[in-house]
Design a protein around this ligand. Structure first.
Ligand code: PBG
Length: 329
């Protein structure tokens, strides 16, 4: 027997504040943003209420607004028009491409905004895969060569970090080597190290029109490169490989379904960990909130605290702006 009364430390908000273990701030957030061609365009994404694709002119206003809200980092995705898609993804390293223009525009608008362009072929692929396809398979090494060209073009445009989300083997080392050889020693790599083949990416794929196309000749899903969601040890191996290859920050994704992995990795590596609360996680919380089934503000803060508590240093989240308003209220 003892006199333990754990409720003593929960008696008032002041006491609870004193013993609170996890502090979430706007500094933790990276906002993923979607960019499109044209001007004057701000298109809603049906499956992600409150999230839009912006044309470059409107992106400029959005970046200023985000910075005012204290958001200091954006992860950039582009919606590429169909006529620019092929199997090589060569539009992805076009120095005058939409991504390269977006990177320049963001840095010109707000030089302190950290720009993290996505590196992967799927928005540029006619097949909607993250790699080049040969004989019905996504081939690794030729894809890595393409990712290196893409990363160099992002570096030339002014990116602060590149964020390879493709899950090809060896790409982190290849990108690091190319950066070192080309004078981009200070540009970082945030590598998606443990990325699961997840159905929670659905809304994102409709935002970019980047889902694998229905075609007998190609793999119907991404399971030959993204991880099986049943595996845990494999995530550790992926993370250690990427650290060894020179990743500055490692990513685990999706977020809430994989907090056990986040906590495990936190015990093992010293590098910062990023966790991506993905489109499907956003969509389910928003949909339930809009139906009045969940309290929007409360579930945003609870979900983000749980990710931070598990061990995330950075959180990629579509709630970044809403959450920063709530935190700074
Ligand atoms: C593609 C990529 C995906 C996401 C980020 N980069 C989708 C996929 O792998 O099919 C998902 C992000 C989200 O769902 O919010 N390289």
């Amino acid at each position: 027997m003892n006199f333990n009364r754990n409720r003593r430390l929960r008696t008032s908000q002041s006491v609870r504040d004193l013993v609170r273990e996890t502090t979430l701030t706007t500094n933790d957030f990276v906002l993923p943003i979607f960019v499109m061609e044209g001007s004057g365009k701000k298109e809603p994404i049906a499956s992600m209420p409150g999230v839009f694709r912006h044309s470059l002119d409107l992106l400029k206003e959005e970046i200023k607004d985000l910075y005012k809200h204290g958001i200091k980092a954006v992860n950039v995705y582009v919606k590429v028009s169909d006529n620019l898609k092929d199997n090589t993804g060569k539009e992805s390293w076009n120095p005058d491409g939409l991504m390269q223009a977006a990177i320049k525009l963001i840095k010109d608008t707000e030089p302190n905004m950290i720009v993290m362009p996505d590196v992967a072929l799927d928005p540029y692929s006619v097949y909607g895969h993250d790699g080049i396809i040969e004989k019905g398979e996504v081939i690794n090494d030729a894809t890595v060569d393409a990712l290196v060209r893409m990363s160099l073009s992002h570096a030339e445009a002014g990116a602060d970090f590149v964020a390879p989300s493709d899950m090809m083997d060896g790409r982190t080392f290849a990108i690091r080597q190319a950066f070192e050889e080309n004078g981009f020693t200070n540009i970082g790599i945030i590598s998606y190290a443990a990325k699961y083949a997840s159905a929670f990416y659905g809304p994102f794929r409709s935002a970019l029109d980047s889902a694998p196309v229905d075609n007998q000749e190609i793999p119907k899903d991404k399971k030959t490169y993204q991880m099986d969601f049943a595996n845990s040890r494999e995530a550790i191996r992926e993370v250690l490989d990427d650290v060894d290859e020179g990743a500055d920050i490692i990513m685990i994704k999706p977020g809430m379904p994989n907090l056990d992995i986040v906590a495990k990795v936190r015990e093992i590596i010293t590098q910062p960990i990023a966790v991506y609360q993905v489109s499907g996680e956003y969509a389910m919380l928003k949909a339930a909130s809009q139906n009045g089934w969940l309290d929007n503000d409360k579930v945003i803060l609870e979900s983000l605290h749980s990710i931070k508590r598990a061990g995330a240093d950075l959180i990629f989240t579509y709630f970044a702006k809403e959450a920063s308003l709530l935190l700074n209220k």
